[in-house]
Write a protein that binds this ligand. Structure first.
Ligand code: NAP
Length: 259
């Protein structure tokens, strides 16, 4: 299927690795010019080289922390009129909520709620004026099925989800959609990091923890970033203008509910 977005411009946040990179690659393969952001220069340059190697798309890497005002300004300076915005940032640390300080909460809110909202604020009016916009927020399956030790993530992402639910109904009339993608376990550094912590605690290998995660998933495996990117590209496509305010779960069927 031709997704009808060749020549569009996208900002993809937190895209040197993992899910953000999967989204950037899927969009670039559709001929979208991608501005990709991350904090670490080396990984970001490597990611940009990879995208240039496998696609003909224009790739603009911007070293930026998207949870800061300066970082967001740098990204928007490189791509002032995005047609597509994929918001993303690292997830907050796990832990017992009794150990979270007010600063921990503010950092989680900045990263997983306020940064996406500020980026949406900076781009949505231009998208509506140009009558095309696709905004995708990478959140988490924990929005639908909260995980006890991820209190910071559960709370901050729920705030973003509530905000998006309201705004998404106001923009769709102008062909600007806003949707959230909710990853379950995906094979990324982040997942490996959480498995490492568990492996150390239990005195077992990281690979065995990863294998357990895969086995307990109905799909018998964890997801691949390119699968995540493929859905992102469809949600950003010309064909997806009638879908807005949705929370799309990609978890191999791990969420057990009917709806
Ligand atoms: P990842 O593989 O660790 O990649 C994270 C990417 O984000 C890297 O490119 C990193 O580069 C960049 N990044 C992190 N913080 C940033 C910031 N403040 N500003 C700009 N770039 C930043 O992680 P992932 O698995 O793709 O996860 C992406 C998001 O999905 C996270 O919020 C995570 O909590 C959530 N999630 C992931 C899973 C999973 O199984 N993978 C499941 C549920 C939810 P730098 O460090 O160089 O900045």
């Amino acid at each position: 299927m031709n997704l009808g977005i060749e020549g569009r411009r996208a900002i993809v946040c937190a895209a040197s690795k993992g899910l953000g990179h999967g989204c950037a690659e899927a969009l670039a393969r559709e001929g979208v010019a991608v501005t990709i952001a991350a904090r670490g220069r080396n990984d970001l340059e490597r990611a940009a080289e990879h995208l240039r190697g496998v696609t003909d798309a224009t790739v603009t890497p911007v070293v930026a922390d998207v949870t800061t005002t300066e970082g967001r300004e740098a990204v928007l300076a490189a791509c002032p009129e995005p047609d597509i915005l994929v918001t993303n940032a690292g997830g907050p640390r796990p832990g017992d909520f009794r150990d979270f300080s007010e600063e921990d909460w503010l950092a989680a809110l900045r990263g997983n709620m306020l940064a996406p909202i500020e980026l949406i604020k900076a781009s949505v009016d231009g998208m509506m004026a140009r009558r095309f916009g696709r905004i995708v927020n990478i959140t988490s399956s924990a929005v639908k099925a909260p995980i006890g030790i991820l209190g910071l993530s559960n709370g901050a992402r729920a705030g973003l989800t509530g905000f998006v639910a309201g705004l998404a109904r106001e923009t769709v009339r102008h062909n600007v959609t806003i949707n959230n993608l909710l990853p379950g376990p995906f094979d990324t550094d982040r997942l490996r990091g959480t498995c490492e912590a568990e492996a150390t605690k239990r005195g077992v290998s990281v690979d065995s923890v990863l294998a357990e995660r895969a086995q307990t998933n109905p799909a018998g495996r964890v997801g691949r970033p390119e699968e995540f990117g493929a859905l992102c590209a469809f949600v950003c496509s010309a064909h997806a203008g009638y879908m807005t305010g949705q929370n799309l779960l990609l978890d191999g069927g791990a969420y057990p509910g009917t709806l």
